[in-house]
Design a protein around this ligand. Sequence first.
Ligand code: COA
Length: 179
Amino acid sequence: MVLLQTERLLLRPFEQRDLEDLFEYARQPEVGPAAGWRPHEDIEETREVLQNFLGNSGELAIVDRSEDKVIGSIGLTKDERRDNNRAKAMGYALNRHYWGRGYMAEAVGAVLNYGFNTLLLNLVSIYHFPFNEQSRRVIEKCGFVYEGTLRQAKGIYDGRVHDVVCYSMTREEYRNYCK
Ligand SMILES: CC(C)(COP(=O)(O)OP(=O)(O)OC[C@H]1O[C@@H](n2cnc3c(N)ncnc32)[C@H](O)[C@@H]1OP(=O)(O)O)[C@@H](O)C(=O)NCCC(=O)NCCS
């Protein structure tokens, strides 16, 4: 079982008891749309997502250690844009009440360490929509390298199509970044 600890956070697999905490941020109008998914309207929708997270989905719950509360998720999943088993795509979301405290950058650091040193990945990619300045800041702060922008690359739930800004970090870049 994956258990990653940072100064303020614990990253661990999701559990059934996380349903209420997951629903709390999955329903917030600022969270899902920034990542391309519709805010949850009822807890049954969240229950379904949680079922997927409980399997071997690559998604970890972000727990605020001081409150023992799930405040977000972070994961390494198949990169659909690359035909490479040693490459994984990172994705994340955080309860809006916890934004602006550097939590996600802290979580990303721990997951990069896990990805490169335990899963022995050769590359970690990450993507954001052009309007998502906050995510861009996290990505840049964490040392990812800008690759380019795929134009009109992602259709979302409301019918709009967005460009996708692409970043990645190779194993070598990770080593240099940590020096
Ligand atoms: C993206 C997200 C995880 C960021 O988490 P966070 O813990 O607030 O990140 P941080 O506290 O490290 O702050 C992010 C940075 O964005 C900056 N920022 C905040 N609002 C901003 C804005 N409107 N424009 C530019 N930068 C902004 C902050 O100042 C901070 O930069 P700094 O550390 O240099 O001061 C969070 O906003 C979120 O969950 N968003 C919705 C879901 C989402 O976008 N997922 C990612 C999809 S790619």
